[in-house]
Write a protein that binds this ligand. Sequence first.
Ligand code: PLP
Length: 480
Amino acid sequence: MPTEPLPAFDPERFRREGRAVVDWIADYWQTVADRPVQSSVDPGWVRSQLPGHPPEQPEPLAAVLADLDRIIVPGLTHWQHPGFFAYFPASASGPSILGELLSAGMGVQGMLWATSPACTELETHVLDWLRELLGLPDRFASAGVGGGVIHDSASSGLLCAVVAARERALECTAEQTAAGSPEQRQPLVAYTSAAAHSSIEKGLGIAGIDRQRLRKIETNDRGEMDADRLAARMDADARNGMIPFFVAATVGTTSSGAFDAVPLIAAATQRHNAWLHVDAAWAGAAAICPELRGGIVAGAEAADSWGFNPHKWLLVNFDCHTLWVADRRPFVRALSMKPDYLRNAATESGSVIDYSDWQVPLGRRFRALKLWMTLRMIGAAALRQRIRDHVAWAAEFADWVRADRRFELLAEPSLSLVAFGLRAGDEAAEALLDRINRGGRVLLSPARVGGRHALRLAVGGTLTRREDVETAWREISRLA
Ligand code: PLP
């Protein structure tokens, strides 16, 4: 007897199972603090628990949820655990999770304005809201030739900025030189600091700008790019017939949270008509607090692109990178592809944004929903308060480090990030980090700061309270 195929979508069944899954998520958040922060499974353990062949017959949700508890949860490092202080936390929230669910529930693909006008227009609008909250200059508003876009990650945003910058640089050079490929005669060179995130080197490499053409400018003892050396290097490269085309400044470096002096970097960049990108992946969120904003958005009025990750510190679940550009036209020139099968009247009218022209993939998710829901259901005032709390708790933690003679701060605390070491030396610090992380109550991550082995504590988790920062310090101090 042939079996009846199950309907792929049964509304009543979906209601029932959806409630069970939402309950599972609520239980997970309610109990996550009782679990060890870091997974301790051996490599291959998760796969060893899974059947070798795909299921031929349907299984009930209850069986899948049971395996979630038995196989998947033990293999998780709990990023939403209140003792998670590693890397930069990826803070999620109820409203953003619901936004993600709604996005999946609608199942739209917003590659063109025409394929779902709301997907595009909500994104443009929410990024205008966020620009206002951050105090970013008007040139990034969608009312002019600029505007904002949501990408999956800072790495993707950077890659797109690089190709737009190349487009602009080669166009300018082509106007000044005879026909032919100017790039072959005049190599493009890019600049960032030695403390910049690896995604900058990676993105440039993907775009074909290899390591020989990336200048990693030295940093001062606070980890900030040396703007004088940058200017000298750009001048020397230009004298040697190269085209300085791209500079990536960092506001909030990954290791120690250092802020590059963007206004000084902008002056050097503008002299060469190079593209200035600001990577504020983590620190950018703090610009919603006017008293923290100064150093974060300083120089943004001279930037061509400026991006940060709401998925790090603004309660939007991973993934959500927001990127603003001062002029969308080089983006569109570099990234737009319009084969016959994408042609439509709205695009041809020139009056709409097609966000596939601002990114690498053609297709795109409705990520604006989760950002919109987070901003609406939490509100800017509460988002600001959280950031202020985190900064205050990190300052307290830094005071405890200062007061204990076994420890030393390896950099002044930056916003909610503290990088510290042990006076006993790097080997002892590395061993301490291992003991702390194996303890299961607190998770920190390593970095090199000023040539030393640092332990990094980044406050930012959704469930993290002041008591958890205090517990972390007690645990660190006990194990030292
Ligand atoms: N830039 C900085 C300063 C970062 O700290 C990070 C990640 O932590 C990135 C870029 C890369 O972020 P993403 O994972 O969004 O590509």
